[in-house]
Design a protein around this ligand. Structure first.
Ligand code: B12
Ligand code: SF4
Length: 571
């Protein structure tokens, strides 16, 4: 008989309740991809079942298995631990393993937990193969780590006999195609923009995630990407990406999971050219959504090709308009480089002729002006001008610029939040995702705030979805930050703002994506009205009690499962 692995994607918790939706708008790549790795490494010997814990009614607790494998981010780690504990108590002899960015960042917190036979740190391509071999031999290790360097960076010492290391990170060659067919795709809704193409497909998923590569060369203080994936960009071979794309419906809407497509411009350009060629010669009409740093717009060809390749929108890590905040967080490059449009701004703001002359002659970066002592109110106007130019370049190429902002940096005040919101509305940004600064475990930010005794401890995993204040802000109170964050979100997605930015915006109106943008704005409006982060929104969202998720029905041989393995977070 075939062995059976149950792969579980943990959802987020709120107190003791579990976040669930009737239908999700977002399909994740993680489980289907891990399923493909499992299938390949076990030569098809395993039956594979996927459980998306975010969906109402999907529960791992009544699934029999030879192995349970859980994936989690930091925000879903509490639930992952709860699931691990329940599965283990129910059936102690069945191995439970866990991996993903959550366990990687919080290895020190979970390595002592008895619920997990093995914990996966970093990427799975090499370690999962080794694990399956070890599993078959009945001798698994406690920790499987994708590379020595990562564990060193995490600063955790694990006795050699308990750990398997891969020598280096996987090279991303020959990756299998994710098994999206194993998901219950009826549970993922089709927003209108994807309807036509996706209804024709066997994949009834709204948006299909695809990976071009991993890594980011920058070191933004709040981010864990450069630590997890590494600062060196690894890209999948172009032909393999194109072959994977060919497996999807001709009109699929592809969400690229890479954190910064601007990072290796040349390779991105080559891939975009190839996508354009394949689309033109083979009749595909894929659309794309991808993440870019603002530096993307330095290269006009890149932006123009992104538009031609079918990028409907670009997620842009702006983070802030506050010079001090951008500099503190290591995102000086967002200040921009002085050019003609800037000169006008600078002249209007009263900069001396000499200063302007020098800046324009050298094409110097705005950060240099700041270092020369140009006051921050002027620098802030330059930053806004830079962002306007970034928006314009994407817009001219036919790509909708989506802004991503973070509030709560040490340079931010309540005024910063107000000013940023007004700027985004004034610049007619079609979509904005905003976050409260979150000191994720493993980030430089968490370390600094801990040293400064500004981190609220114990760290609340479930509240690390960037909608809560988990540290002492510098220039406003915690209450002010949380209140103004939501007030600003409400304002951005107010009816008058949607009319101004989308309905009465002639540029957006002419776009084929117009209806999609309007739909997104209305959907996000309803989310933020309920203080829900737009990216977490789903159809018929609710909080389920442990009983509703099937916990009480289990026969543990004990009265109640104790998932109070560590104190509930006191905030
Ligand atoms: C798409 C995406 C989303 C989507 C879909 C989420 C999903 N569950 O897939 C949405 C929009 C919903 C989302 C939401 C959020 N996200 Co998000 N998201 C991503 C993104 C861009 C791609 C994820 C992906 O598919 N990667 C490709 C897959 C293959 O990689 P992977 O999942 O990491 O899996 C690999 C390894 O981790 C490992 N692995 C993973 N699980 C397991 C399990 C086992 C058993 C094993 C053996 C191995 C293993 O093997 C895989 C192959 O090597 C990543 C960034 C990135 N580049 O990964 C951020 C990322 C995962 N998100 C992040 C965050 C913080 C969030 C949010 C909290 C919001 C926010 N503030 O940004 C919310 C939380 C939502 C929630 N409640 O669950 C962080 C997580 C940081 C952390 N340490 O936890 C990341 C890394 C981005 C970042 N800037 O730091 N996200
Ligand atoms: S925030 Fe973006 S640019 Fe900065 S390190 Fe993370 S992925 Fe790279």
């Amino acid at each position: 008989m075939k062995k059976k692995v149950v792969l579980i994607q943990a959802t987020q918790m709120e107190g003791d309740k579990v976040k669930k939706v009737e239908k999700s708008y977002i399909v994740s790549r993680t489980m289907p991809y891990l399923a493909a790795l499992f299938a390949e490494y076990s030569h098809g010997d395993w039956e594979i079942v996927l459980i998306d814990d975010y969906l109402k009614g999907e529960s791992p607790f009544n699934e029999t298995a030879d192995l349970y494998a859980i994936t989690a981010m930091v925000a879903t780690l509490d639930r992952a631990i709860q699931i691990g504990e329940i599965l283990k108590r129910k059936n102690p002899q069945i191995p439970v393993i866990i991996g993903g960015p959550g366990p990687t960042a919080s290895l020190d917190k979970i390595k002592e937990l008895a619920w997990f036979n093995s914990i996966f740190v970093g990427e799975a391509e090499i370690t999962l193969r080794q694990f399956i071999e070890d599993f078959e031999r009945g001798a698994v290790k406690k920790v499987y780590c994708s590379d020595r360097e990562l564990l060193q960076k995490l600063g955790i010492i694990i006795p050699e006999h308990l750990i398997y290391y891969a020598e280096q990170k996987p090279d991303l060659m020959g990756l299998p195609v994710p098994r999206y067919d194993l998901l219950n795709l009826q549970r993922y809704t089709n927003p209108p923009w994807g309807l036509r193409g996706l209804l024709q497909s066997k994949y009834r998923a709204p948006q299909i995630p695809i990976e071009f590569g991993r890594g980011c060369p920058h070191h933004c203080e709040f981010c864990t990407v450069y630590k997890f994936w590494g600062p060196r960009i690894r890209r999948r071979p172009m032909t393999e990406v194109i072959d994977e794309l060919r497996q999807y419906p001709p009109k699929a809407y592809m969400v690229i999971t890479d954190d910064n497509l601007a990072a290796v411009e040349k390779e991105t350009i080559n891939l975009l050219k190839e996508i354009i060629r394949v689309k033109e010669t083979e009749g595909y009409e894929w659309k794309f959504f991808g993440q870019f740093s603002t530096l993307a717009t330095r290269n006009e060809e890149l932006i123009e090709l992104a538009g031609r390749a079918g990028f409907a929108s670009a997620f842009l890590g702006l983070e802030s308009i506050e010079p001090e905040s951008l500099c503190l967080t290591g995102k000086e490059f967002n200040l921009g480089t002085v050019n003609h449009a800037f000169l006008e701004t600078l002249r209007n703001l009263g900069l001396t002729k000499e200063q302007i002359k020098e800046a324009s002659q050298k094409g110097i970066q705005v950060i240099a002006l700041r270092r020369q002592g140009v006051p921050d109110n002027i620098i802030k106007e330059c930053i806004k001008e830079n962002y306007r130019q970034v928006f314009n370049k994407f817009t001219s190429a036919g790509v909708n610029p989506y802004a991503s902002l973070i509030y709560g940096f040490d340079g931010d005040t309540v005024q910063t939040i107000h000013e940023t919101t007004d700027f985004l509305i004034d610049a007619k940004v079609p979509v904005n995702y905003q976050w409260i600064l979150t000191p994720l475990p493993g980030s430089r930010l968490a370390k600094r705030l801990e040293q400064e005794k500004r981190l609220y401890l114990p760290f609340n995993f479930s509240k690390s979805d960037s909608c809560y204040v988990l540290f002492e802000p510098k220039k406003m109170s915690r209450e002010e930050l949380e209140r103004e964050f939501w007030a600003s979100y409400h304002k951005f997605y107010s009816i008058s703002s949607i009319i101004r930015r989308v309905v009465a915006n002639p540029i957006v109106f002419r776009r084929p994506s117009y209806l999609g943008l309007l739909y997104n704005n209305l959907l996000y409006r309803s989310a933020v009205k309920n203080n829900i982060q737009p990216l977490s929104v789903g159809y018929r969202w609710c909080l389920e009690t442990p009983e509703e998720t099937g916990i009480r029905n289990l026969d543990f041989g004990i009265e109640e499962p104790s998932y109070g393995h560590r104190p509930r977070h006191a905030l």
